[in-house]
Write a protein that binds this ligand. Structure first.
Ligand code: NAD
Length: 485
């Protein structure tokens, strides 16, 4: 079986598509229909090490290319990606479940990182440092960090890869990539784009397969100098601990638990529609999506009523069908987590104001669906207020003062994104400065942009993706002190 030109061999090493060294395959499932889409090569440690060797061999030639040459490959890949937007979006929806319109948006967003870094490739500068010694000249030169291992999640299976490949390739690094086992096909589609763009062999290698054994090999390989990871805080901590022996550099984009604060001076209609989009796009499986909404007491009832009306109208179904706004969850594990969080909230006294169950099983809703849910009567002890639910469930709580809202928002070990709705510019500044988050949206819930530094603080990670800062993750600034005669 093949899907839009993608066949079974999904491992790409040194310019060749191969099966796993151990011959193993696994199934990719469509979460909307539970159908087996196709099999993919399930690689392990052996494939992972071969990929590192290929990336190491390709490094001297790739890093020696001019910035303009590297930029050209990225620009060509950007163009091809936009030409193939529809095909790539169909692959994405088929293996991941999000509505096709969202997949098209994700492909465009992924491509925008290739375009932006195609431009930024030409602007990686070092600097002259004024010396305190007349007989010396001090300066820095930027150099690629070397072989990069990129590990990515299933929730944005295309853009999370492009966000890493853009700056890594622009900086002159070579890459070994491992996508999530739920969504290998989007990664294959993206790597095929680079192959078609003429990227030299070994510069980008793809190993689909077993996370633990591939991860172990890359942690052990001395030549892997940076691990750039997007995924759960739990796996991020494991990578952090295990990379100590080789003192590898780490860039970590981890979990979040984003609060939305809605103040009584907000534009309520705007706050309702944007909160809805933030929470329910990608069926709530977004690292920066609203996990908790706090609404000021005086407008609480009004806000809840308006939000619930909209939530009840969301059209759920197979993302390939027209008009669908919310698709299935990624797998059974995700479904069980959502169900357990809702049950925990009910046990601790929450009320279900919308949803709170699985849709009745009809022909079209066989997959991992969960009805969009609003919970009220919330207390801070509930799991939904402490952990990522990663599903279409939103708890809403009221607050009385600005101080209380800030305190509640910061009551978490995560620090990825947070949002504020207010029309008062003084309040916006005050609140923004006190929120302990790497990203803050003020009357905005879509902060991600290729040109801006995206990243969390606290247990949401370290390092940035996007913008000038995103490039610096892949660069070593070498310092030179030169004595003059
Ligand atoms: P996950 O941590 O389970 O998996 C992420 C990746 O790590 C996958 O490719 C997986 O195969 C791999 N992996 C798992 N165990 C590994 C191991 N022992 N060694 C090496 N690799 C291993 O996360 P997920 O469920 O795929 O994604 C959802 C999580 O990602 C959520 O917590 C979400 O918030 C987070 N996320 C964060 C951002 C961000 O920018 N901060 C963006 C998207 C998703």
């Amino acid at each position: 079986m093949k899907i839009n030109g993608i066949k079974e061999n999904t491992i790409f090493i040194d310019g060749v598509w191969r099966e796993a060294a151990g011959g193993k395959t696994e199934a990719v499932l469509n979460p909307a229909t539970l159908e087996h889409i196709m099999s993919f090569s399930y690689g392990d440690e052996k494939d992972a090490r071969l990929a590192v060797q290929a990336a190491k061999d390709a490094l001297p030639l790739w890093s020696a290319k001019t910035a303009r040459e590297r930029s050209g490959y990225l620009y060509r890949a950007y163009q091809l990606m936009m030409e193939r937007q529809e095909d790539l979006a169909v692959i994405l929806t088929t293996e991941q479940g999000k509505p096709l319109a969202e997949s098209r948006g994700e492909i465009a967003s992924a491509a925008s990182y290739l375009l932006w870094y195609a431009e930024e490739a030409n602007r990686i500068y070092g600097e002259m440092i004024p010396s305190s010694n007349k007989g010396k000249r001090l300066f820095t030169i930027p150099q690629p960090i070397g072989v990069v291992a990129a590990i990515t999640p299933w929730n944005f299976p295309s853009s999370m890869i492009a966000r890493k490949l853009g700056p890594a390739l622009a900086a002159g690094c070579t890459v070994v990539l491992k996508p999530a086992e739920q969504t290998p096909l989007s990664a294959v589609g993206l790597v095929k784009i680079f192959e078609e763009a003429g990227l030299p062999k070994g510069v980008l290698n793809l190993v689909t397969g077993d996370p633990a054994s591939i991860g172990k090999a890359w942690l052990e390989e001395q030549d892997v100098r940076l691990i750039t990871f997007t995924g759960s805080t739990e796996v991020g901590k494991h990578l952090m601990r295990s990379s100590a022996d080789n003192v590898k550099k780490l860039s970590l984009e981890l979990g979040g638990h984003a609060p939305i604060l809605v103040f009584e001076d907000a534009d309520i209609d705007q706050a309702v529609s944007l909160s809805l989009m933030s929470k329910f796009r990608n069926a709530g499986q977004t690292c920066i999506c609203a996990n908790r909404i706090y609404v000021q007491e005086s407008i609480y009832n009004h806000f809840v009523k308006k939000l619930v009306e909209k939530v009840k109208q969301l059209k759920m179904g197979n993302g390939l069908e027209t008009g669908i706004e919310i698709g299935p969850l990624i797998d059974n594990h995700a479904l069980e987590k959502v169900q357990s969080h809702v049950q925990d909230a009910i046990n601790k006294g929450a009320s279900i104001t919308a949803g709170g169950n699985r849709p009745s099983l009809s022909k079209n809703l066989k997959g991992f669906y969960y009805t969009p849910t609003v919970l009220t009567g919330i207390t801070d002890e509930m799991l939904v207020m402490k952990e990522e639910t990663f599903g279409p469930v939103v708890p809403i709580q009221s607050f009385t003062s600005e101080e209380e809202a800030i305190e509640k928002a910061n009551l978490t070990s995560y620090g990825l994104a947070s949002y504020v709705f207010t029309e008062n510019i003084n309040r916006a500044w005050r609140v923004m400065e006190q929120l302990e988050y790497g990203i803050i949206g003020i009357n905005d819930v879509f902060p991600a942009a290729a040109e801006a530094p995206f990243g969390g603080i606290k247990q949401s990670g370290q390092g940035k993706e996007g913008g000038r800062e995103g490039m610096m993750e892949y660069v070593e600034m070498k310092y030179i002190s030169m004595g003059l005669k």
